[in-house]
Write a protein that binds this ligand. Structure first.
Ligand SMILES: Cc1cc2nc3c(=O)[nH]c(=O)nc-3n(C[C@H](O)[C@H](O)[C@H](O)COP(=O)(O)O)c2cc1C
Length: 344
């Protein structure tokens, strides 16, 4: 039994927008800690997914939230962003005046805490820091372990001082959003194998390695460098239980997956994804992109139209720097393969 309560010291990384209960259940059944990402779920959807997990397995699981402060709308920046996208709206015949509010990303709230109180998950993890102390206390009340991502030694020390039970050391290789929260200088995030031993030395709580771990050898290397567990995201993206889109799956299987970059063009916050047309032409970092998560709405209709035509030109093709662990096999198989590198 690992310190996380799961048989294996292995967390399937929560991946908002790319998976629901099905992936979490499959990983739990294989002995890992499955995760349900909630950043893009309504309260009702969250309750439904949590009910599905509870119905399928009695094993421990992780529920994950973002903890950003929703920004005030900035009309000037929104106008600049829409101006940057206008040539594409024309190309795809999209009326910019008829763009609905896109799928946002919500932070952890008291309402979400209330739902969690019904389910009492064994582990709750956060990205972009931590919620308020009073919300954390509510989670602690049923004995859940609290985790959060650190992209620097300073963030790891901060998280420990604010009461986390374990730190997820997220290295630069990792796919998806940076967990960075103490500053916005992306050059401060080292690679996983530089960050991990330094974090392990700096904090007393267990350290979970994330970023670039694709197979048993990577898992073993992380454990050798001081990790108490690993968190793996990208390697699960081709599993049938993930909801990864067809264009995203095709990109992950192609040579394009060798070139990833940190970009803010999809959400307003830097995240690692496979380079595609909109990143090449507007990014990777576009100053006009509104603050997270407000950039999402204006680009969403382009993504929808392009995907309908089989193109990933406007899709967030999130991937870590090492997509070689992606295989079109059930998530249980990926979990068992990674477990070969973990000493129990
Ligand atoms: C498609 C995708 C979506 C992600 N979404 C989230 C998320 O919702 N919450 C979170 O805490 N981390 C998220 N991450 C980051 C992971 O927690 C983790 O840091 C990363 O997957 C580890 O690196 P790897 O992708 O190389 O395995 C996401 C990663 C990917 C690849």
């Amino acid at each position: 039994m690992s310190f996380l309560g799961s048989e294996l010291p292995l967390i399937q990384a929560p991946m908002a927008g790319f998976q629901g209960a099905a992936l979490a259940i499959a990983v739990c059944k294989a002995g890992g800690l499955g995760s349900l990402p909630c950043a893009m779920l309504t309260i009702e959807a969250m309750r439904k997914e949590l009910s599905a997990i509870r119905a399928a397995t009695a094993r421990p699981y992780n529920v994950n939230f973002f903890t950003h402060t929703p920004p005030a709308a900035d009309a000037k920046r929104e106008a600049a962003w829409r101006a940057a996208l206008t040539p594409y709206y024309r190309e795809y015949g999209i009326d910019p005046n008829k763009i609905p509010a896109g799928p946002g990303r919500a932070p952890f709230t008291a309402e979400a805490a209330e739902v969690l109180e019904e389910f009492k998950p064994a582990v709750v993890s956060f990205h972009f820091g931590l919620p308020s102390p009073s919300l954390l206390e509510r989670i602690r009340a049923w004995g859940a372990k609290i985790l959060s991502s650190a992209t620097t030694v300073d963030e790891a020390i901060w998280l420990e001082a604010h009461g986390v039970d374990a730190v997820i050391a997220q290295g630069a290789e990792a796919g998806g959003h940076r967990g960075i929260f103490l500053n916005d200088d992306l050059s401060t995030q080292p690679g996983t194998f530089a960050l991990l031993p330094q974090v392990a030395r700096a904090v007393k709580v267990p350290v979970i390695a994330a970023g670039g771990i694709a197979d048993a050898k990577g898992a073993a290397a992380a454990m050798a460098l001081g990790a108490a567990a690993i968190q793996v995201g990208t390697a699960y993206l081709l599993c049938p239980e993930a909801t990864t889109s067809a264009v995203h799956r095709a990109a992950l299987k192609s040579e394009a997956a060798r070139t990833t970059v940190l970009t803010n063009v999809f959400t307003g916050r830097p995240a690692r994804g496979i380079v595609n047309r909109v990143i090449r032409e507007l990014g990777p970092v576009c100053p006009a992109a509104p603050e997270f998560p407000l950039a999402t709405s204006a680009i969403a209709p382009l993504r929808a139209k392009a995907e309908a035509q089989g193109s990933g030109d406007f899709s967030p093709l999130w991937s870590g720097q090492n997509a070689t662990g992606c295989r079109e096999v059930p998530a249980g198989e990926i979990t068992r393969a990674l477990a070969q590198g973990l000493s129990r």
